[in-house]
Design a protein around this ligand. Structure first.
Ligand SMILES: *Cc1c(COP(=O)(O)O)cnc(C)c1O
Length: 384
């Protein structure tokens, strides 16, 4: 095995090679899809490191090794979905009576996991505006064991100061978890900024082609990594070999895709900022965004997600969603194709009536990597 690691290699090299040495038995350059549930043992207990594919599968191992390298952590783990990764993490590090701070505009599914599932097991949570470190400090309790951070947030694209939160978490004896789905490790490295665990929905930018649902965890520390690995096997929400392979294949082009997502998003932001139909553009790359300075410090670029509000209210927001042609109306994000959606009625319908409710005049774009001119023309037509 070559020693592919962040001290010796650049990000794009790791994305293509870490965990992905040519297959030793056949020479196949691409990691094979090991579509098998079990493995031969020479004698009882004597095997090549694999016994049963819930516990470990070589295609999944390749993905897990690559995830750890990309985030600069000790241990990478792959899951059947982002929420499966989150659930495994919660049940590894929390117990009844513990308390968690969650972003007040957390991903809807994450919020639901705390509000409807973890709460039944006696884990309490408080939504807090993570952009405001004094509010975070004030919301801490003696039982606070975890600070859950998303940055940028979904769908309001708020920015939290990862290094600042890490200091608060350390002071409180709590873990800092960062959902790095929106930025991807290409744009943001939470572990280097002091986070303990990174969470991914690999369904999004890492997979990158809207053809697979998956999740990941990367732990900075090997001891926590092993505890998580134990629970990954004990709880069993692992991805199959083919899904692992699809994510791994997507990761190889993450750098070039993100560059184009960012470039296209900034063209889109320019157009939206000029449009009289738009009352506000939410994008951390804009100098007037409250989190702009922190985003500039902790991100390499500002990402492919753009949200905006319509002067004409919800009716106009729904109309714009109906009228685009290149931007496909659909949930999810991070794929090569551009998507448009209405968070209030789609991705964030589950938080309606809660503290996390989003404005009805809000539209969210996942800016894809098509020709920028086509994206701009499509939006211009839909906004007219
Ligand atoms: C999609 C998403 C999740 C959940 O991931 P799934 O793969 O859908 O289970 C979590 N966090 C963020 C920020 C997401 O966008």
């Amino acid at each position: 095995m070559s020693d592919w690691n962040p001290d010796r290699h650049g990000f794009e090299t790791l994305a293509i090679h870490a965990g992905q040495d040519p297959d030793p038995t056949t020479g196949a350059v691409v990691v094979p899809i090991y579509q098998t549930s079990t493995y031969v043992q020479e004698e009882v207990g004597q095997h090549k490191g694999y016994e049963y594919s819930r516990s470990g599968n070589p295609t999944r191992t390749a993905l897990e090794t690559c995830l750890a390298a990309l985030e600069g952590g000790a241990t990478g783990l792959a899951f059947a979905s982002g929420l499966a990764a989150e659930d495994t993490l919660l049940r590894t590090v929390l117990k009844p009576g513990d308390h968690v701070l969650v972003p007040d505009d957390a991903y809807g599914g994450t919020y639901r996991l705390f509000a409807k599932v973890a709460s039944k097991w006696g884990v309490e949570h408080t939504p807090v505006a993570l952009g405001d470190l004094s509010a975070v400090q004030a919301a801490l309790r003696p039982e606070t064991k975890l600070i859950w951070c998303e940055t940028p947030t979904n769908p309001l694209l708020g920015i939290a100061d990862i290094a600042g939160l890490a200091t608060v978490a350390q002071g409180a004896g709590a873990l800092l978890v960062v959902d790095n789905t929106f930025a991807s490790p290409y744009l943001q490295q939470p572990l280097a900024l002091g986070a303990d665990v990174v969470v991914h929905s690999t369904t999004k930018y890492l997979g990158g082609h809207s053809d697979v649902v998956g999740g990941g965890l990367v732990a900075k520390d090997a001891a926590l990594g092993e505890e998580l690995r134990y629970h990954q096997n004990a709880m069993g929400s692992v991805p199959g070999a083919f899904d692992s392979w699809l994510v791994l294949r997507g990761i190889k082009t993450l750098g070039v895709r993100m560059d184009r997502h960012c470039a296209n998003a900034s063209r889109v932001v320019e157009l939206l900022s000029r449009s009289s139909a738009v009352s506000q553009v939410l994008y951390p790359g804009l100098p007037e965004h409250v989190g702009h300075d922190i985003a500039s410090k902790q991100m390499k670029a500002y990402g492919g997600m753009v949200s905006f509000r319509l002067a004409g209210g919800e009716a106009k927001a729904l109309e714009v969603c109906r009228r685009t042609e290149v931007f496909t109306l659909g949930e999810s994000l991070g794929g090569v194709e551009s998507l448009i959606e209405h968070p209030g009625r789609m991705t964030h319908a589950s938080v309606a009536g809660s503290q996390l409710e989003v404005p009805a005049d809000l539209v969210r774009l996942s800016v894809g990597i098509e020709s920028a001119d086509d994206l701009l023309a499509d939006l211009e037509r839909a906004l007219a």
